[in-house]
Design a protein around this ligand. Sequence first.
Ligand code: FEO
Ligand code: CA
Ligand code: CA
Ligand code: CA
Length: 630
Amino acid sequence: MTRIDATELTFDELDELNFPRPDENDFDRVVERAISRRGFLGGVLAFGSGAAVMGTGLLGGASARAMGASRFAFTPIPIQTDFEVHVPDGYGTQVLARWGDPLFSDADGYDVAEGGPVAGSDRVFGENTDGMETFTHKGRQLIAVNHEYTNRKINLPAAQEGTPANAGDVVKLQNLQGVTVMEIREGDSGWEVVRDSPYNRRITHNTPMKIVGPAAGHALMQTGADPTGTMSLGTMNNCGSGTTPWGTYLTCEENFNGYFGATGALPGGAALEAGYSRYGIGADGWGYDYHKHDPRFDVSENPNEPHRAGWVVEIDPTDPESTPVKHTGLGRFKHENAEVVLARDGRVVVYMGDDERGEFLYKFVSNGTYRPGGSTEGLLDDGTLYVARFEEDGTGRWIALTPESTGMEPAEILIFARMAGSTVGATTMDRPEWIAANPHAVEAYCCLTNNKNRGVKPNAGGDETPVNGPNPRETNRYGQIVRWFPKDDDHAAEAFDWDLYVMAGNPGVYNNVYGGSENINEGNLFNAPDGMAFDSTGLVWIQTDGDDGNAGDFAGMGNNQMLAGDPATGEIVRFLTGPQGSEVTGLAWSADRRTMFVGIQHPGGSWPTGSGLPRSAVIAVKRDDNGLVG
Ligand code: FEO
Ligand code: CA
Ligand code: CA
Ligand code: CA
C-alpha cells in the first residue's frame, strides 16, 4: 500500500504523521501479549474434538489443512468502491426481498418511490434489514428478519425533509420498522418469498407484547395505558438477533432511546433522571418526532414508557397468532444480539453486548435447565445476569449483578443494568456488537466495533475509559474482536481466559498498533467489525459497518464487506463487498446450507434495482455448483 496523499488527511492524521507514536511502547507490548497468548501458529489447539467435524466439502478436508492448505473454498476478492455486491468467482447472488416488497397480495402496488402510503406499510417487507435467522417448520422454510430503522427522508414526502407532519406519517415509519417473519422457498428461478403464506407476519412499533420476568409489573414499568406494567406495544430498533434451542427467534432492541421525546417538561425524580441520562433519553429525540403525534412516546406524559424498551424480545415464528415476549431477565440496555448456548449441565446461557461507547458485555445464566421437549418457562428470565470484567493478564470473570453486589433492588438491576454494571466495576468496552459462539469449541467472540472516546472521555455513567486489555487503543477507529475461553469448558463458569482474535488496522498508514494485528494484511483490510456468525463448519463470518470512504485512515478498505475467518490460524479473507454506502449485516443459512442469506442495510446509489431509490434488501448467495456454503 502506498502512503496516502497528505492533503486528504485530517488534523489528527497529520499530527500522527508528523509526531508518530514510537514504534513500540508499553501499549504495543500489552497488545502483543493479548494477541499471541493462544498462538494462532499453534494450529488446531482451539478445536479439540471438534476438528473431525470440520472435514466438509467446504473446507477441503482435514488432511488438506494438515498440509497447510487454506480452509476457504473460494478465492478472496479485492475491495470495491462501486454500487454493486461482489462475491468470489464460482458464486452468485440474487435479491430475496427488498424494502417495500409485498408479503401479502393486498399490498400489491405499494410504491416506495412515492414515499409509500400508510395503508399497506405493515403488509410489506420493512426497511433497513439487520439480524435474521432461519427456521424449518413442517417442511417449510421460514426466515425472521429485523428492520432496524427507517430513512425518514425517503419514506416521507420529499418536501418534508424527513420530518413527520402528522400521525399518519408516524404510523408509516412505525410500520416499516420491527420484524418480518416470512416463508421462503427455492424454485427453478431461485429464492422467493411465499406471498400470502399463513406464516407471513409483520411485527411493528405497535404490535402488542407481553412483558415477563423479574421486572414485569414493577412501578417503573407501569403506564397510564398499562397500569399492570406487563403489556407494551411494539419492539424498537431491532438490531441483532438470536435463536433459542427450542426454535424461537430473539430480536434485540438497540437504540430505542431515539424514538422518545418530550412536548413538556422532562420528568423529575432521581431514578428517572439518572436512567434518562445513562440511556440517552432527552426532550428532542432523534428526529422521528413520534412524541409530537403519538403521546405514548411523549415522556412528559408517559415517563415510564422508555423503560418498556431496550429488551430482548422472543417471537415464535411458527405461530403467527403468538404474542411476542419481552424478557426482563436479560436486562435493559442497547442490545446488539443474543447468542444462546447451553452450559454443560443444560442451563441456558445468553451472551449479550451493549453497543455504546464504554458500555459493557453481559451474560445471563438460567436457574433451570433446558431439556428438549420440556418446559421452557423461565429459561430466559429466572437466573442471574452477569457483567464481564477483563484483567490485563489474560484472565477475566463474570460478576453477578445481585442486590448484594450492586446495592440495587432486583427489578432495578435489570431496568438500569448499565448502572448495576458500573457499581461492580465492569470493564468498559469499545462498543460491543455481535457475539458469536464457536459450535466446535467452548469459546465466544465479540466484535468491538470502534470507540473514538477510548482514553478520551468517560462513558455516559461517568466510568473512566482508559485503555485496557481487550480495548488497547486510544481513539480506536478500527475495532477489534475479543474472544473468551470459559473455565472448564463450561459457558456457565464465572472465570475465563481471553485474547484478541484480530485488531483491525491499516498497516499501509501506520507502523504501530493502529496498523492492526499480524493477521491483518493488504489483502483483507477492513474497519468496524459488527455482524458475526459461525457457520456449521466452524468458520467465523465477520461483517462490517465502518467508514467506506476508502481514504486516509481507511484507504485500501473500500466498501463495507463480509470476511471469513479461521479461528485456529487467525487467517481472515474477504468474501463479499457491499454497495457503497451500505452496511453488510445479518447472516443466516438455508436448511441445506447451500444458500447463505446476507443483509444489505442503507445501500447507496440505486442498489439493487439500478434506478430510483436505493432499497435495503436480503440477498441469497450460492455457489454456481450448488455446493455447501457453510
Ligand atoms: Fe445496530 Fe450496534 O448495531
Ligand atoms: Ca450492528
Ligand atoms: Ca455498527
Ligand atoms: Ca446499522
